[in-house]
Design a binder for this molecule. Sequence first.
Ligand code: B12
Ligand code: SF4
Length: 499
Amino acid sequence: MRILLLNVPIRLEQKPAAFPTGLGILAAVMKNTDHEVDVLDANALRIDMAQVIEEVRRRAPDLVGISGLVSTYKYQLELVEKLKRALPGTAVVCGGGCATSIPGLMLERSHTDFVVIGEGEKTLPELAAALERGDPPESVLGVGLRSKTGVALTEPRPLIEDLDTLPLPAYDLFPMDIYAANQIWNQPTPSMNILSSRGCPMDCNFCYNLFGRRSYRKRGPEAIRSEVQLLKREYGIAFVAFVDDNVTITRSHLENVCGVMESEGVPWGCHGRVDTLDEARLELMARSGCTWLGFGVESASPKILENMNKRATPEAAAQAIEKTRKYGIFPNTTFIIGYPGETLETIRETARFKIANKTVIKDFFATPYPGTELWNRAKELGRIPNEHEYLLSLNNAGDLTVNLTEFSDDELTWLRRQSHAEVIAGIAFKENPPHRLAPEVTKKLLELADGLLSRTQDILPEIKGIALRWLASFYELNHKPEMAQRCRIASQAFPRMGN
Ligand code: B12
Ligand code: SF4
């Protein structure tokens, strides 16, 4: 059978940097069968849909396997439609985050023949073999299909117990020069993303766990080493991004990863959880070449963190940021605005936290993904009356797709933008005392103060006080004591920020 694996475009506003690891492993698995395997990576090549259809038509596969996240739902519906029209005899199978989280909808709303739910390494070869032999696909675990009575899902596919039994991704079938050349997390190139584990043992209720809860499995050090060595040898990789949910959660696993990376001598980064980032772990990570560490702070409001079931505190997050910096690793924090229960006060708590911890990052909007608790909550709140319509509108979580708060959409959008501006201003004034500034920086800060003081609506009542105290020092330094005194007196009308 001729099999074509197709990666759909994602985040067209950025250069393609994230190698599709799941599809890469599937390609390697299929290479080890009797089938002929080929890849069309529409994300890396950035070809439009007409070119995709043309290319598929040219290659004339018997089966097309499409991979995409739920945010590519709209694209996938259109693609499947056009594929089935262009090549009616070709079986279409959708897998990945979209098919796994909404198998029923994918079958109802598109003409895909099958969806594969969860891990595809065993399911896809079995499905392809069944189709080739003419066996009933109903016998294959982890598949969604159409039956006489409608949509049917076969029994779930058990998880792959030992990840080390899987082959390395078939990198040679992908346009690796494109992926390697584009920066991941602003780190050096050539770079590549890999995984040292699958799943996450935690249960944050906005997070979609693709492989189900209790699915946390780790790769052994030798498997990780062989992949890093291959990437060094074939692509001269200068940075490895571990995109696992969580590399720091188990000390023994982190030690394995650090051991491999230290001996391979390649700088690396990963995601972790704030409550696991103690000094011993950070020291080990820094020593082994870790330069970037991402963690979700999400909110500095204990109430919102509880709503999220984040099981972490703002204090732990502040400590994690401080210690990460202490060891020379860049802490990349992420935050969410607009969770159910968000108020002006919880937004303020988060903005104050960012200023105190000098983290400049725009919030994501709380975005419910099917299969999460947040999705259930959004449905209970009546905010997703039509799933199909809602899913069509999904894109980046920087866009407001559904409002889960009591604010209006305009208010929530304004709050996100304005709190970001105030955080930038707060950090800029605190970090840049007027006495040691280049003239162009001084000019920028004067403009910033001007803009801030002429505003009528602030999120942080203390932000004008910060600007006024900075102006007071500026005028003092420039021998304008009266102006300085006026600013100092004016600043007293505003509360001071905690630290
Ligand atoms: C790298 C990554 C990305 C990359 C792209 C990844 C890609 N092309 O695969 C980038 C950075 C672009 C990205 C973006 C986003 N991401 Co992301 N991302 C990840 C991350 C960290 C790793 C993905 C990965 O490699 N997984 C491991 C591999 C082994 O699994 P897999 O790819 O799913 O493949 C397996 C199966 O799904 C299946 N399979 C996959 N494809 C196919 C195809 C066929 C034919 C078959 C049969 C089977 C099959 O078999 C594979 C092997 O078992 C995951 C979290 C995680 N740790 O998994 C989130 C994750 C996939 N992302 C997610 C989300 C929500 C997003 C965003 C929407 C978030 C945002 N902030 O806006 C954006 C997309 C925005 C947009 N404009 O569309 C969710 C997915 C939700 C969902 N239901 O799809 C995840 C799970 C994070 C989470 N916990 O919420 N992401
Ligand atoms: S947000 Fe992070 S810690 Fe929470 S469940 Fe998802 S991956 Fe795990």
